[in-house]
Structures are given as structure tokens and as C-alpha cells.
Design a protein around this ligand. Structure first.
Ligand code: ADP
Length: 258
């Protein structure tokens, strides 16, 4: 159950949300948003009601990845999430023009996060995934102070630097006593479309070993595939285009662990 944290004003709109999980990364470009979207769809294909809150205020990519255009409907002073491929989503990108870079100071960013938390009429949800901005800034702190997350999942690429940044993110969640559900390695290997052979471009098991050292569950490896990227760019995620294909297998396997 999504609990509101002690001393913080309860967020009524989250009462109908059973579980809130943050998807985070230490740095940008590791595939956090595309992993969030594909995991959300994989979870909904298992019969769960899933929502995505795009907390990446400076770089909201969820509307584009779900091909959601236009503005959000407002009813009874509440924002109504948009829906695509069976999931609900809300993003700052639906409230301000996406071609306009968001150049906001901390207090405005925090205000936007609070609005996305408290002014959205989600209805009944089994799981809400929060697509966090990369790093450890204002949004992470505001969220940590406003709600009790049921868990956090880190996304990292195999490169050492991404992993190092991921460790910083993990320690932030540990400080707010958020259970770390695990770490996902994205862009682990290239899967040959002809022979299905795996090529570990950046070395094998880097994130897995680190997860073990940090005593955090390792949730799985996602291949680096052109089809995953083009699907995201087209706004029709790979889990929608090829739900049973080898490209989507990793997302289903991880969804089964959540
Ligand atoms: P982040 O949210 O971490 O900034 P994105 O999800 O926006 O990262 O991904 C960055 C880019 O990499 C996007 O163009 C996305 O389509 C692509 N991408 C992410 N994961 C994969 C993958 N497993 N295979 C191929 N391309 C990927």
C-alpha cells in the first residue's frame, strides 16, 4: 500500500494506488525511461493496472515514448492521466509545451513534482512507476519527503561510470529507508538477430557482481537492440510491437520478479 510518510500531509489521490516504485538511474541516457515504459507494459500484460508518473521534469520523455500528444484533461480541479497501450501516464510534458526547455529553479521543480503527486486522479492502480530524473537532486529529495516509496529499482549500463553514479543513487534511497528492489543492467549485450548469439560489448556481469557486493538483488540484463530504440522513438514500445518476441523477453522476466 502506498503510504504517506509521517509528518507529511497525506496525499489523498494516492490512496487508490496500491504500490509506488521509483525507477532511477545515476546518470542520464542509460535507458531508464524506456525501461520504465516497457516494464509498465509488461506488468499490465500480466493483468495489473499500471500508471507511470514522469518525474523527469527537465527531460520528460514518457509522452514521446507512448506517443501521447495534446493536453491533459482537467476534471474537478484534478488532472486526468492520459492512457496508451493499457497504461495511464502523467508528465510535465503534457502540461507545458515539450519543445520549450524547462528552465526552472529548484522551488518550481519541487512545486511541479508536488502537483504531479497530489493533483492527479489516478483511480485504482496496482502499481505506479515513477520515472525519476537522473542523479540525486531536488526531485528525489521532494519525493522522499512527500511519500513513502514502496521500493526503488536502479537502471545502469555496464560501464563503470554509470555504475558509480548508480551507487550514489542507491545510497540516497537507503538514506530515506526506501527498499532497493534491485538493479537492472540495460544495454548488456547485443543479440544477433540471425543466430541469437549474445555479444557482451561492454564486458559481462559487471552490474551483477556489483549488485552482489552491495547485497542488492540483480533483476536482469536487457539487450541493446536497434528495435528497442526505434520502437521507443515511434511511440510504440517494443513490448507492444513484439510482446512475444525475443526483444521483449527481458522485460517480461523482470516484470515477473517485481
Ligand atoms: P534515460 O531515461 O536513462 O535518459 P532513455 O530511456 O531515454 O534513457 O534512453 C536513451 C536512448 O537509448 C533512447 O534513444 C532509447 O530508445 C535508447 N535505448 C534505451 N535502452 C535501449 C536498449 N536496450 N537498446 C537500444 N536502445 C535503447
Amino acid at each position: 500500500k502506498a503510504n504517506n510518510i509521517k509528518n507529511a500531509k497525506p496525499i489523498e489521490t494516492l490512496n487508490s494506488v496500491k504500490c509506488v516504485i521509483a525507477i532511477a538511474s545515476g546518470k542520464g541516457g542509460v535507458g531508464k525511461s524506456s525501461t520504465t515504459v516497457n516494464l509498465a507494459i509488461a506488468l499490465s500484460q500480466k493483468g495489473l493496472k499500471v500508471g507511470i508518473m514522469d518525474a523527469d521534469i527537465y527531460g520528460p520523455s514518457i509522452p514521446h515514448m507512448l506517443d501521447l500528444k495534446g493536453k491533459v484533461e482537467v476534471r474537478d480541479h484534478k488532472l486526468i492521466p492520459m492512457t496508451a497501450w493499457g497504461i495511464s501516464a502523467i508528465s510535465i510534458g503534457m502540461l507545458v509545451p515539450t519543445n520549450q526547455a524547462v528552465i526552472w529553479r529548484g522551488p518550481m521543480v519541487m512545486g511541479a513534482v508536488k502537483q504531479l503527486l497530489s493533483d492527479v486522479k489516478w483511480g485504482e492502480l496496482d502499481i505506479m512507476l515513477i520515472d525519476m530524473p537522473p542523479g540525486t537532486g531536488d526531485v528525489q529529495i521532494t519525493l522522499g519527503q512527500s511519500i513513502k516509496l514502496d521500493g526503488a529499482i536502479m537502471v545502469s549500463t555496464p560501464q563503470d561510470i554509470a555504475l558509480l553514479d548508480a551507487k550514489r543513487g542507491i545510497s540516497l534511497f537507503q538514506k530515506t529507508r526506501t527498499p532497493i528492489l534491485g538493479i537492472i543492467e540495460n544495454m548488456s549485450y547485443f543479440l544477433c538477430p540471425r543466430c541469437q548469439e549474445k555479444t557482451y560489448i561492454f564486458g559481462q556481469d559487471g552490474v551483477k557482481k556489483e549488485a552482489k557486493a552491495l547485497n542488492i538483488p540483480f533483476l536482469g540484463e536487457i539487450p541493446i537492440l536497434p528495435a528497442i530504440r526505434t520502437a521507443s522513438d515511434e511511440g510504440i514500445p517494443i513490448t507492444v510491437q513484439q510482446p512475444d518476441g525475443p526483444e521483449s523477453q527481458a522485460y517480461h522476466a523482470i516484470a515477473d520478479l517485481i
